[in-house]
Write a protein that binds this ligand. Structure first.
Ligand code: ADP
Length: 679
């Protein structure tokens, strides 16, 4: 039993001591402050909690109404003891509720208290006293206040603040959340958070909750949420665990910030870079590409992609070799058949502007445009035509200003093309024009070149027939009509005719290569013997030259076209002599491995500049300047290279200007196949 008297409601203190309630009611250990007074207001009993609350022990039967040291109104003004709630209850015989008072303890600490005094009556209805419960609301109120302040902060915050349980049920939803997502507080509370999560991002919630359950904070998580009206909102969200008084994680609070603007800026920067890259890439393609159709297709594809058009087309106004105009076109985003059955677009009012080069046409809804055809039978777009509502057309003009054609874009929905799209297409159209001009020039050059090849072929063929007859007749004259005076001239004529025949047959070979008709015949032959033949032949007509051969090989059988390989060797030896005016020596070498044979032709002539070493193998190429006095057509090395390459071999040169050159060739010994002609 404690020091505090046990409340026995039949206490003998006070004038009236018949309190008709349960006797021996022990409230000493109740956690809440309780005390009683008799009908005159003297304290008759109090429990331990009351003593703690007051910070003192009142004197039973002496202290009136209240055991407090001092009492105050809630606003801090002193309260007269006889106006305290207990005094009112006893005076008026009624319970007093809802009043709050401040109690000051002897140690000057104060507590805020809500008293609940209730009167006690006997069987006859006479007031015998009162029992008062004092609820300490000091902390409670502070908590409430804090909560109220916090609620105000949360409510007025510009950031969206939402809390939810660990099961994802929304427990709070501030004004900013209402604004951002479009759901009111009452619409959101109690709903699952998936209310604002796009379907394809539902897994994110699992991740967030698992982090929160571990007590982790999810910071600046960039994601997308969906508003009530379906708008996708890019947000940066920070989620923190909510912890109860016992330290348990009971939910999560999240602060979200709309990063749409940042997102838009990033997106714009990304798009800008991407476009620059695409424009760069296309500029490169256009400047490198000489195939007109490929350029048009590339330009159409890229611009269609960049404008977001459903389909794009490039109509190109071309004039063919006979001067007849015809329309070429490339399409992107639609099959060619989609256009094939319709008239060419230049016939209509809408397209005229573009083909006349009068400027860009960008219309949000072409079907409402004055230029849109209203006449029968099509009334604008013919039936079955791709549905075009948004329309963009950009003329493509060449450098000279003449309109080459136009880029056309369509989309079935209105208002799809922006000024930015227009700018992009205009700049690409500018680039395209350059490429198209180049491609046209290239086409022209190619045609002329083909005509020239054709002519060379024809001319050399025509020349060869009489040349063959002339050399035949000369042989006969040489044999039949030989006498000392004329023989010399006949021999010289035969020599010149041979040279002429060789030139003509080289020319013929070139045109055969171009036409893919240079025939090679595979046979087994002795390469050493072939080299000997060639040396003998060249020596015969250049007797002042020393032609040496450095080799260990006596005989080496290989596969290939012996005549053609001899032709290459003759050509190399002739060049070695021809381009060595100050020397009289040519050195040949012949060596082999298990699989290939290697031949070198070394001269001590004029040599070749480093930057010309590969060019000399191209058709009609002759090094300028150094050899202007030496005659030639610039086809010998071209032919030689073709012959060696077709044998799967290699031909190259090492040279030093002014010192001489060595031409090398390697050939596989066993050639199962010779490369076919390239057509
Ligand atoms: P051509 O000798 O009829 O001009 P080729 O195709 O045989 O044609 O040779 C191409 C060019 O390579 C020659 O015009 C010459 O400038 C250069 N060339 C070829 N062989 C030699 C060489 N041995 N020394 C120096 N220059 C050479």
């Amino acid at each position: 039993m404690s020091d505090t008297p046990q409340l026995t409601l039949d206490a003998t203190m006070g004038k009236n001591h018949q309190i008709p309630v349960a006797k021996h009611f022990d409230f000493n250990h109740l956690p809440i402050a309780v005390y009683t007074c008799d009908n005159l207001g003297y304290i008759t009993s109090f429990n331990k909690a009351a003593e703690v609350l007051w910070g003192r022990k009142p004197e039973i039967g002496k202290d009136l109404w209240c055991g407090s040291w001092k009492i105050f109104h809630i606003n801090g003004e002193p309260m007269d003891l006889d106006t305290c709630p207990m005094a009112i209850t006893l005076r008026e015989g009624r319970a007093v509720e809802g009043k709050e008072i401040l109690i000051e303890r002897p140690d000057h600490t104060r507590v805020k208290v809500r008293p609940y005094p209730v009167p006690v009556f006997d069987e006859d209805g006479l007031l015998t006293g009162a029992i008062n419960t004092l609820v300490d609301i000091t902390n409670l109120t502070e908590g409430e206040e804090k909560r109220a302040i916090l609620a105000a902060i949360v409510d007025t915050s510009d950031d969206t603040i939402v809390s939810k349980t660990l099961q994802g049920i929304i427990t709070s939803w501030n004004k900013a959340a209402e604004k951002m997502f479009g759901y009111t507080e009452s619409e959101a509370l109690g709903k699952h958070i998936s209310l604002i999560i796009p379907h394809d991002r539902l897994d994110e919630e699992k991740h967030i909750i698992s982090e929160i359950s571990k007590g982790n904070i999810v910071d600046h998580f960039q994601t997308i949420r969906v508003a009530k009206d379906g708008r996708m909102i890019p947000i940066s969200v920070s989620v923190s665990p909510i912890i109860d008084n016992h330290g348990n994680i009971i939910g999560a609070s999240k602060i979200a910030r709309d990063v749409s603007e940042q997102h838009l800026a990033n997106e714009a920067a990304r798009r800008y870079t991407e476009r620059l890259e695409i424009i760069n890439a296309i500029t490169e393609t256009i400047s490198e590409e000489l195939d007109l159709n490929k350029i048009l297709q590339k330009v159409t594809d890229v611009t269609t992609r960049l404008t977001g058009a459903q389909f794009g087309a490039f109509f190109y106004n071309n004039v063919d070799a006979n001067g007849e105009s015809f329309m070429l076109y490339t399409l992107s985003g639609a099959p060619k058949e989609a256009f094939e059955k319709f008239d060419m677009p230049r016939n209509t009012e809408v397209f005229k502007t573009t083909f006349k080069g009068e400027g860009v046409v960008r219309v949000a809804d072409i079907t409402k445009d004055d230029r849109y055809g209203r006449s029968t039978p099509h009334h604008g777009m013919p039936y079955g035509h791709l549905p075009v509502v948004s329309y963009l057309a950009v003329p493509v003009a060449s450098r000279s200003g003449s309109v080459i054609g136009g880029l056309f874009f369509g989309h079935p929905e209105p208002d799809k093309f922006t000024a930015e799209h227009e700018d992009i297409v205009v700049s690409i159209a500018g680039q395209a024009a350059i490429g198209i001009d180049n491609a046209i020039l290239y086409e022209e050059v190619k045609t002329l070149n083909e005509k020239k090849d054709e002519f060379i072929g024809l001319a050399s063929h025509e020349l060869k027939t009489p040349l063959t007859s002339i050399s035949g007749y000369l042989q006969i004259i040489s044999r039949l009509n030989a006498n000392d005076n004329t023989q010399k001239f006949v021999d010289k004529t035969i020599q010149q005719v041979k040279k002429l025949t060789a030139l003509v047959s080289d020319l013929l070979d070139v045109s055969k290569i171009e036409a893919g008709k240079l025939q090679l015949d595979k046979e087994k032959f002795d390469i050493r013997a072939a080299v000997n033949n060639v040396i003998e032949l060249i020596h015969f007509s250049n007797i002042n030259y020393q032609i040496s051969l450095d080799t260990d090989i006596e005989s080496l059988i290989m596969n290939g076209d012996a005549d053609r390989i001899e032709q290459v060797l003759i050509n190399l030896l002739n060049n070695a002599i021809k381009y060595s005016p100050g020397s009289n020596k040519v050195e040949l070498s012949l060596s082999s491995t298990d699989s290939e044979v290697k031949i070198g032709v070394k001269d001590y002539g004029i040599g070749i500049a480093h930057d010309k070493l590969t060019k000399i193998f191209t058709r009609f190429y002759r090094v300028e300047g150094t050899n202007h006095t030496i005659s030639g057509l610039g086809i010998g090395l071209y032919l030689s290279d073709e012959i060696i390459t077709r044998h799967h071999g290699k031909l190259w040169v090492e040279s030093e200007l002014g010192k001489g050159s060595t031409f090398w060739l390697t050939l596989p010994l066993f050639n199962d196949t010779l490369l076919p002609e390239i057509n």
